[in-house]
Each structure stands twice: as C-alpha cells, then as structure tokens.
Design a protein around this ligand. Structure first.
Ligand code: ADP
Ligand code: MG
Length: 697
C-alpha cells in the first residue's frame, strides 16, 4: 500500500474531493481549509455517543452524565433579560415526550434552527421538581436525514461550526479524504509503537474522526498530541542549535571545588535539590554556549542561594553579574541578603534602582567591566547602562517581566552572557515555557528542612470574623512574632489601593496601640521603604500593613502571621505567593484569607469561591497552578482548540502533561536524523509560525 505523508496531502487541493461545489469549497477556504491535509486535521469538537441516545420518557433526575436525544424542533423563541442577556429556547419532542433547551448569550441558536428540523441534542438533563426536563447550553446538531446517522459508527463526530456547511457535509468530505489516505507514513517504527504504547498514525487519523469506541478516540488523540509535542521539540531544538552556533558565550572557569568551597562558606547546608540545580548551572556556565536556563522552585524553596552560587562562580572567574528584580523592595532585599551570603568572598556589590542617586561609582564599575554584582530593578535596562564584562544575567520572578525587558538586559553585548531566570510559577506553565521558549529547565523540588506547614484559615466578612482576626494577632504578637497584613488591590487604581491600605492601617493602629504598626505602599519614598524593610528585618515592626508590594520574594523568617484582606479578589498563584511569606522560620505560622467585610462564600463570585477553597485545601504550588488553569479553563466549551494556526491543535499543555513527558522521552532516546527530518518537514507545514514568537509571557 502506498504510504502518504502530510506533505503529499498538503499538495492535494480540496477541489479533488467529489461532491464539493464552488460554494462549499469557498466556505472551507474561508476557514483556512485548502487541501486534504487541512481537512484531515480539522478535528471534531466532540462526539455524540450513539449508545447514550435516550428516549425522553426514560430521563430521570438520577442521570448525571451526558445523554443524547433525537427529535424534532416544535418551537423556537428568544428572550432578552433586563441585564441584556439573550436566552434562546427550543422545544424538542420525540415520540415519547418533550424537553426544553436553553442557550444563554449570543449563540444565535434561533437563527440556525427552525420548527420541524430534525436534531440531535446532547447534554446533561436537568429534571425540575415539576417533572419538566431542561438542557442548558447543550450541543445541538441538525440531521438532514437520519439515514446518515446509520452510516456513521457508534460515535458521531460533531465539528466546529463553519459558515455555510453542515456537519453532514464536513463528515462526507473527511470520509472521502480518509479514503484517499489508505496508509499514513509513520516516523515511529512498529517496535517503538509498542514500546511507547501508542497507536499508529493511519488509525489515529481515522479514529480521531470516526472511532468505534471512546477508547479508540482517546488513543488517536493521544497519538496526535504526542506528534504535536514532537513537532515542537524538533523545531526548538533546531532554533537552539542555530542560536548556540551563532552566539559566542563566556566560558567560566568552574571546577569541583567551586561548589564545595561555596557550600562550606554559607550558613546552612544546601538541600540535595539545590546542589543538583547548581551543578546544572555550573555545567552550562563552564561551556562557551550561552546558558538560557529557567530555575523553577516553589515559594520558599531557596532560589536565592542558587543565584548566589552562580554569582560567586561568575565573579570568581572575573566577570560581572547582574540580578534584576521586579520591585524595589525585592531588589533591596536581595541586596541585603546577597551581601550577607557572599561576604566571605569580598565581592563588590551594588544596588541600582531608579531612586539611587549616587550613581557615579556604580556606573564606573559597570562601564569599566570591573568584576562585581549589580542588583537592581528596571533601572538596569535603561539606555545609559552598558555592561562591559557581563558574564551572568539573573532575572528573579521572571513572570513579572516581559520578553522584551528580559532581552534588553543581554542584548547589544558582543559576548552573550549566561542567563538564569527564576520563577515560582510552576508547571504546567513552566513546562510550556521550557519547550515553547528555548529555555532549559532546572527544578528545585524540595523545601529546606525544618519548614513547618502553614495553617490556612478562611474567614468571611462578618464582625465576628474580624474579632477572630484580632484574637489571632494577639496570640502571635505575644509570641514576639511579626505580622503581615496585605490589602486588596482595587481594580486598576493605585490611589484606591493606597486608600484601602490606609484605612486598614488606621484600624490596626487603633486596635494595637502598644505595638509598632507600619504601612508600606507604592507611593512611599524609597528611603522610607528601605527603612521599613530594615525595621521589619530587625524585628522593630510588629505589624506591617501593605498593598501587594510584598507579594513576591520578601523573606522575613520571624513573620508568622499573614492576613490577606479581600482574599477573594486575588489570583490563586498570588495567594500562594503571599502565603509563602510566612512559615519561613522556626515558628508555627498561620495565614488568614479574609473575605471583604459584609461578604461571604455565598455572595462572592463563583471563581473567587473556588479559588479560596483551593488555597485552603492545598499547599503545593504545582497543584494550585493546575487547579488555577482548570478554574480559568472552564469557560472553554470545546475539547480541542482550533484557534490560530500557530497554536497546537490537539495537544493541550495544561492537561497533556503525561503525553508531553512521553514525547520528550521519545525525542531524547529515539530520534534519528531520518525521522527528525520527517518530523521537521511536517512541523513546518502544519505550524509555520512555531518558533517565530519566542514565548508567551
Ligand atoms: P525563594 O525560592 O522563594 O526565593 P528564598 O531563596 O528567599 O526562597 O529562601 C527562603 C528562605 O529559606 C531563606 O530564609 C533562606 O535563607 C532559607 N534557605 C534557603 N536554602 C536553605 C537551606 N538549604 N537550608 C536552610 N534554609 C535555607
Ligand atoms: Mg525569591
């Protein structure tokens, strides 16, 4: 049998498919479907399971999974509520009864269906107390003739809407395309197919459309997702190779003793994980190809000391190092703690933020290429800052910076410095970055020893809740511990944020007269900020009220209580970051998530409600990040994304983590120049835009 590949199919125009007239062809073309390969890769958005077809009379309130009804439309109506929400209603009957189906929002169901249409409607039925049955935002399909249903297998594919084409026509076209593709070329050998427990491409392209069982469909989907991850890896490998050939990096002199010596000089023992990532970084840095590495570790996992090791190695081999942080407060803190950590090596360290006035000495150091560490904020990427001898650029909390800002730090330099970007925002986003972007990944997956887990408390907005908070404060204060109170950010206005923080500040000052209460926000001068952080560090402040400026990075081991005001407004990763500000020392720590006064779990938004439940139930940033994506992803109705040609079509980095891992394993172990050539060829045809955008942050 002749094997076909994507390149071949990409050259067969749709015109060659029987039964497609001008009008239909132009509808397809408008949607970007021009050839057989495009058509085969126009994936169904779902399947109707024929075995789940029910008669209306058999629906009971016990049914909690999706069923399908075949019937006829008997009435179409539309209604707009006072809040301008459009509700379209269809009444559908079969020979045993009738149901009502409603769609909320502008889906224009009423223009697509009329009385007497034969339809299949799928969804989870809602049986009212009165016995009437309702479907909400169900999937609905028109069937011109029910005969067609009998030609299809037990799972009927339903396609995304294309203006001017029914699913029936699309199905016919795809069947014809499949008929012309009796066998697909496969870059995975039969032996590898069984080793990796994946299915072949010929059956995958058939079963993604016309599977016999759900299992067939899933296997097909997994294989096609596996391939998409291979495309990504193959393209990024190529990009990386060209990049490292083009750029000349700096070979630092690092040997075994470098880490040993560093390890001896710091105040604690490095965790196994920290040692592992430092070794990865050192290995990269002793190579002339510039490192581009993403260091990921949950809040409090100890990324700073890893950065310090890299800085030490850089300066030790007589180069400059720079560390850029997203806020002044954080830059100052890094300045303080790195000065302490690196004190043993007599390293020159400077702080450069927009509020540093005495710049001459710093500029001289930078311009003359004197080996030193420069720590700062965006001020580091101003035009007049020109490093002469930069060997390492570190970016902390990289999710806070744009790609351009990151690039600016290292562009214009003849020798490309090694780059280390650090983040606490965990996989799967990071996994995406690591393969979408051309970064290598290092992960710290353990916390330093002796960490006590943080007790999370959820409180609502009643008066008793506020009393409870004050009581908890008393307890911590009596224990000579420090407290953070973080105030909500109110929409986009910094002014309102500050006002809210000032109100809270007044309340606490009033309530805790015998304690030192301070306030920190964006409009406070940097001298004062520095003073406040110093006082916080030396336990000269008991309660620090602040806007979200302390969200990232701040490290005060004696702080054991975090109170987050209007917690329902914060994102899940942000809540986790904030909670991570406590539980850093020996003391047992609490974090209170406080809902806005007057509100409770019932009256806040559904998303807010879910986020709060998730944060009190989970302590693991990895897990939380996944939940966050799920919460956000819920708005998405379809299973596969069809948007934009540069996106993956079938694989979803958020949910297909296992397939990604499998695909990575294959790419590492089984790739040959021959199959890589095939993969690349396909990747470039199917995803011409891959790699053109560096990454999506
Ligand atoms: P993050 O990864 O969130 O940036 P930090 O680097 O600020 O975390 O580290 C958090 C705290 O843990 C700091 O007080 C740091 O001194 C401490 N720490 C880091 N590594 C270790 C270790 N191996 N043993 C003990 N404490 C550590
Ligand atoms: Mg940090």
């Amino acid at each position: 049998m002749v094997e076909r590949n994507i390149k071949y199919l990409d050259n067969i125009s749709l015109d060659e498919i029987k039964g497609f007239g001008e009008k239909r062809l132009s509808s397809f073309k408008k949607y970007g479907i021009n050839n057989i390969s495009n058509l085969l890769r126009f994936f169904p958005r779902k399947h109707i399971d024929r075995s789940q077809i029910s008669k209306i009379s058999s629906i009971t309130s016990e049914i909690s999974k999706e069923i399908t009804i075949l019937g006829e439309v008997t009435d179409v109506s539309v209604f707009t509520t006072k809040t301008r929400l459009r509700i379209a209603t269809l009444i559908i009957k079969d020979d045993t009864g009738l149901i009502r189906a409603k769609w909320f929002g502008p889906q224009y169901i009423e223009t697509r269906f009329k009385k007497d249409d034969s339809v299949a409607i799928s969804g989870i039925p809602d049986v009212k107390k009165t016995g009437s049955i309702e479907f909400k935002n169900a999937t609905i399909e028109k069937f011109s003739d029910l005969e067609e249903l009998n030609e299809t297998g037990s799972l009927i594919p339903i396609y995304p809407k294309i203006e001017g084409l029914s699913s029936t026509i699309i199905r016919k076209g795809i069947k014809e395309a499949l008929r012309r593709t009796p066998k697909m070329e496969d870059f995975v050998t039969n032996k590898e197919l069984s080793e990796y427990k994946i299915t072949d491409r010929t059956s995958s392209y058939k079963n993604i459309h016309f599977p016999e069982t759900i299992k067939d469909y899933e296997e097909a989907r997994n294989r096609l997702a596996f391939d998409e991850f291979l495309y990504l890896q193959s393209i990024f490998k190529e990009i990386k190779e060209t990049y490292s050939k083009k750029q000349t990096g700096i070979k630092h002199s690092i040997n075994k003793d470098t880490l040993n010596y560093f390890g001896e000089k710091i105040p604690f023992d490095l965790t196994k994980s920290q040692k592992k990532v430092i070794n990865e970084i050192f290995k990269d840095m002793s190579n002339e190809f510039p490192m581009k590495r993403l260091l990921q570790g949950d809040v409090g996992s100890g990324k700073t000391i890893v950065a310090a090791a890299a800085v030490y190695a850089t300066i030790n081999s007589l180069h400059q190092a720079v560390l850029m942080a997203p806020t002044e407060v954080l830059a100052e803190q890094h300045f303080t703690s790195l000065s302490q950590i690196l004190i043993f090596n007599d390293i020159e360290i400077h702080l450069l933020t927009s509020s540093v006035t005495d710049r001459d000495k710093i500029m001289q150091t930078i311009n003359e290429g004197i080996p030193a560490l420069i720590i700062g904020t965006h001020a580091l990427i101003q035009d007049n800052v020109k490093f002469k001898n930069l060997g390492l650029a570190i970016i902390d909390e990289q999710q806070r910076f744009g790609v351009e800002q990151r690039k600016k730090l290292t562009s214009d330099l003849k020798d490309t410095p090694h780059q280390l970007v650090m983040t606490a925002t965990p996989i799967p986003r990071t996994a995406a970055l690591a393969i979408y972007g051309d970064l290598d990944l290092s992960v710290i997956d353990e916390l330093p020893p002796g960490r006590k887990s943080i007790n999370s408390i959820l409180l609502e907005g009643r008066t008793e809740d506020t009393e409870e908070i004050y009581k908890t404060c008393e307890k911590h204060l009596e224990n000579n511990s420090q407290i953070f109170v973080v105030c909500p950010f109110i929409e986009e206005s910094e002014k309102l944020d500050i006002k809210a923080a000032e109100n809270v500040y007044k309340q606490y000052k009033e309530k805790f007269k015998n304690y030192r209460v301070e306030i920190l926000h964006g409009k406070i001068s940097s001298d004062e900020k520095e003073e406040i952080m110093k006082n916080m560090n030396t336990n000269n402040i008991d309660i620090l009220i602040s806007t979200v400026v302390i969200e990232v990075g701040i490290d005060i081991p004696n702080a054991s209580l975090m109170i987050i005001e209007s917690a329902e407004r914060f994102g899940l990763n942000q809540l986790h970051q904030l909670r991570g500000r406590v539980g850093r020392g020996e003391k047992k720590s609490d974090c209170i998530f406080h809902i806005t006064d007057g509100k409770d779990m019932e009256t806040i938004t559904e998303v807010g409600n879910k986020r709060l439940k998730a944060i009190v139930e989970n302590n693991d940033g990895f897990k939380l990040s996944e939940i966050d994506l799920q919460i956000r992803g819920e708005g998405k109705v379809t299973g596969t994304s069809q948007s934009g040609m540069s996106d993956l079509k079938i694989a979803d980095i958020r949910y297909d983590y296992d397939i990604l891992q499998l695909s990575k394993k294959y790419f590492e172990n089984n790739i040959t120049s021959k199959n890589n050539a095939l993969i690349q060829e396909e990747a470039k045809i199917l995803f011409p835009n891959f790699g053109k955008v560096e990454d999506s942050t």
